[in-house]
Design a protein around this ligand. Structure first.
Ligand code: SAM
Length: 283
């Protein structure tokens, strides 16, 4: 067995054993690696950071998608930015009411390699007639999209460095506000409160989003393979509140089986630990 290791902070590392290094290449955008191990199954990394693995991907993909649909079950038009592994689109496509999903992923090679090595997230996504693949920069995509053209934007991005940087800017959030309709919801990868570098990113994202959206909340989930295991999504909307407007009975009546998300957890996820709430409020 060999070890994949990534740096979580200056003096903290995380390692996962693997049996096979399935693939390694440098795309025009980032270093892409796929591994196969026992504990987490097949997993892939971008620039030396864990992105998706077979064992805990359900946590991330449940939590990026379902809270928005529980708040507005009438979502029809969805923009996924990043998300090249297909897992976010997979969950969105489970809703029969969804009519059109655009995947704006900058790196087509991530999408193609996930089709080959990670069918758990990628299988069937491209074949769904409601899908539109728009490979390119997510910021450029929203800049060119018409006003009020989406019900939901899901930002399934890497961290705010390199290609992901533009997806954490005020200019990007303003464009998201413009392309969302009156009930529009923006869910974004909101980093982590624990290690200082990630916590700084969390605070910066919060400051920018709450200047633009009248509803700007943060919710948490537990992700074993991301730094510290404690991660956040941002929930921003022009008008809908994720607690007041979510109707548990309506969502449960849709009948989706989920392994992590449920409507009790939906309420609890918005209750943040004191140190996290204080850090967010300090901005
Ligand atoms: N779940 C992961 C996480 O939070 O670590 C992220 C999944 S990974 C598939 C994120 C994707 O965002 C990558 O495939 C990357 O290529 C894409 N991405 C990064 N910056 C982007 C940009 N500016 N526009 C579109 N996609 C971008």
């Amino acid at each position: 067995m060999s070890w994949y290791t990534e740096q979580w902070s200056e003096d903290c590392k995380f390692s996962v054993g693997y049996e096979k290094h399935l693939h390694s290449e440098k795309s025009p955008f980032q270093q892409i690696d796929f591994y196969e191990g026992k504990e987490f199954g097949t997993f892939f990394t971008l620039d030396g950071l864990m992105m998706v693995n077979e064992k805990d991907e359900f946590i991330y993909h449940d939590m990026i998608v379902h809270p928005a649909f529980a708040t507005n079950p009438d979502i029809k038009k969805v923009l996924v930015i990043g998300g090249g592994d297909g897992g976010t689109a997979r969950e969105v496509l489970r809703y029969p009411g969804v009519e059109h999903v655009v995947l704006a992923e900058i790196d087509e090679q991530v999408f193609r390699l996930c089709q080959q090595y990670l069918p758990i997230t990628a299988a069937g996504v491209e074949e769904d007639a409601r899908m539109e693949l728009a490979f390119g920069d997510g910021l450029a995509y929203v800049q060119n999209a018409p006003d009020a053209s989406f019900d939901l934007i899901l930002v399934d991005s890497t961290d705010p460095v390199s290609v992901g940087e533009g997806l954490f800017t005020t200019a990007f959030y303003k464009e998201c506000y413009r392309v969302l309709n009156d009930k529009g919801i923006l869910i974004n990868q909101h980093e982590s409160p624990y290690f200082s570098e990630y916590a700084e990113n969390m605070k910066k994202a919060r400051t920018k989003i709450k200047q633009i959206f009248p509803v700007a909340r943060v919710y948490q989930y537990h992700m074993p393979t991301y730094p510290s295991g404690h991660w956040l999504f941002g929930f921003a909307s022009k008008s809908l509140d994720p607690l007041k407007d979510a109707d548990a009975d309506v969502w449960n009546a849709i009948g989706l089986k989920t392994k992590y998300y449920n409507t009790d957890l939906h309420v609890g996820a918005f209750a943040l630990p004191t140190y996290v709430q204080e850090a967010l409020d300090s901005e």
